[in-house]
Structures are given as structure tokens and as C-alpha cells.
Design a protein around this ligand. Structure first.
Ligand SMILES: *Cc1c(COP(=O)(O)O)cnc(C)c1O
Length: 245
């Protein structure tokens, strides 16, 4: 977790978003160079869950194009307005997805990062066909095998990825993980990279505000950063919290 736990006023917060984005981008570029990677390689997803439109507009004005949300309802309320008149915005669904929200998710989002069960894969395939819009998916892996956390068990990843591709015809753009809070994230990033390699999956959605540099060193193609850009959120919106269903 980031050390930025202060609660600045709304105005100050907006004013600091551009500066925060700049320092996150610099940090990412430095980490990429240190790892012998092209600094232009990875995508920075600004996680804007719980953030008001003004904060998001400040990020867009600072050149940010990829955003992440974790609730379909919240995205459907905020994003159609934000997208109007903007070019090149890419909206990522990074939270757990219920099957009854799949159609709306396909309409609102450009990628899904938390594909984690066959029933969801089946529903995504059906609704993409119905809506006539195909969007790439990341398979979420529960690398720490934590009971409270979403994600496919590591032992089932190979079979699940194959099933998503062959049975459901989904485009698997990458793997995604949220490492346990109390363990060295690097081990989980290295593990996810290996799972991706052996399944011929190109993308790696890993790294949050507290562990971006390590994620980039292990090949992250998409880092998901909220706090370090927008400041602290209310406690229930931390990434380890998941609603049931
Ligand atoms: C909230 C969230 C993030 C961003 O976390 P920060 O620590 O604020 O950077 C990343 N990934 C997922 C899945 C999340 O829910």
C-alpha cells in the first residue's frame, strides 16, 4: 500500500492528479528500463472506482486514456457521460463480475479482467454474440489460493484457458492476479508470468499502487493503479474486498 493516506481537500486532490500521474509514469519508465524493457511497453490503468467525474476528467486532461472500474453499476452511471467527446478512452472492468451483469458490462467496458469461472465464460460468449461486440478477457488467477479471493485455482488455469478459447471462443488477452497482502508480490508475479507463458497468453494484468515496480520487472503489460493517482479510498473499496455472488 502507498504511504499516501492523507485526506487532501477535493480541490487539492484534483490539482494533484496530473502530478501523481506524472510521477507514476516516471516510476514505471524507470522500472521498465531497469528490467531491460521498453518504457512504452506497459499500459497504465488508472483505477477510478469511487472517484467523482471531476477527478477522472482531471486525469483525462493529463493525457490518461486507460481507466479501471470494479462495479458495472457505477461504471454505467459515470462513463457514458465521461466518454462523450473523448477519443481513445479504454475502460477496463477489473472487479468480480456477476453473470446477471454481463450484458451491461459488455456494453460499458472494453476489456474484462476478472474472468474466473466457466459459467461466466459461457455467459460472456453468449452475450457478446447477442450484443455483436467481442471484447478481450483476462483470466484472474488466485495465485495465493486465498479462500476469500476471486480467481481460478493455479492448478486449473491451463484447462480453464483452453476451455475459454476452444469451447467458448473467447479472446484471452492475458492473466490477472491480486497477490496476498502479507506476501512478497514478486513471487506471485513470477508465477503468473510462467502460467501465461505456458498457455501462450500475452498479457499480464498485475501491479497496484504498492507494487508497480516489481510487477513491471516481472513483465506486467497492464498495471492497475488507483491510490497513487487519485488518493485514498474508503476502506471497503480496497481490492481485497469482494461482494458475494
Ligand atoms: C482497487 C483495485 C486496484 C487499485 O488498487 P490501488 O492500491 O489503489 O492502486 C487494482 N486492482 C484491483 C482489482 C482493484 O480492485
Amino acid at each position: 500500500m502507498s504511504e499516501r493516506t492523507m485526506s487532501p481537500t477535493i480541490d487539492r486532490k484534483q490539482a494533484s492528479i496530473a502530478a501523481n500521474l506524472d510521477s507514476v509514469r516516471r516510476m514505471m519508465a524507470t522500472a521498465a528500463r531497469a528490467a531491460g524493457r521498453d518504457p512504452e511497453d506497459g499500459s497504465l490503468i488508472a483505477v477510478s472506482k469511487t472517484q467523482p467525474a471531476a477527478a477522472i476528467l482531471a486525469a483525462i486532461a493529463a493525457g490518461q486514456r486507460h481507466f479501471g472500474e470494479n462495479r458495472v453499476q457505477e461504471a454505467a452511471a459515470k462513463w457514458p457521460g465521461l466518454r462523450a467527446g473523448q477519443r481513445g478512452l479504454v475502460l477496463h472492468m477489473i472487479g468480480p463480475l456477476q453473470t446477471n451483469k454481463v450484458r451491461e458490462a459488455i456494453e460499458q467496458f472494453d476489456t474484462i479482467h476478472a474472468l474466473d469461472r466457466p459459467k461466466l465464460a459461457e455467459k460472456l460468449a453468449l452475450e457478446m454474440a447477442a450484443v455483436g461486440r467481442s471484447i478481450p478477457c483476462f483470466v484472474q488467477v488466485n495465485t495465493g489460493r486465498e479462500p476469500q479471493k476471486a480467481g481460478v485455482d493455479p492448478l486449473e488455469v491451463d484447462a480453464f484457458v483452453r476451455r475459454c478459447r476452444e469451447t467458448y471462443g473467447l479472446t484471452i488477452a492475458g492473466l490477472m492476479c491480486v497477490p496476498p497482502l502479507d506476501e512478497d508480490a514478486a513471487i506471485h508475479f513470477a508465477f503468473l508470468r510462467e502460467l501465461a507463458r505456458r498457455n501462450g497468453v500475452a498479457g499480464l494484468s498485475m501491479g497496484m499502487s504498492g507494487d508497480v515496480e516489481s510487477a513491471i520487472a516481472f513483465g506486467a503489460t497492464h498495471v492497475r493503479i488507483g491510490t497513487a493517482i487519485f488518493g485514498a479510498r474508503p476502506p471497503k473499496d480496497q481490492p481485497e474486498f469482494h461482494e458475494g455472488g
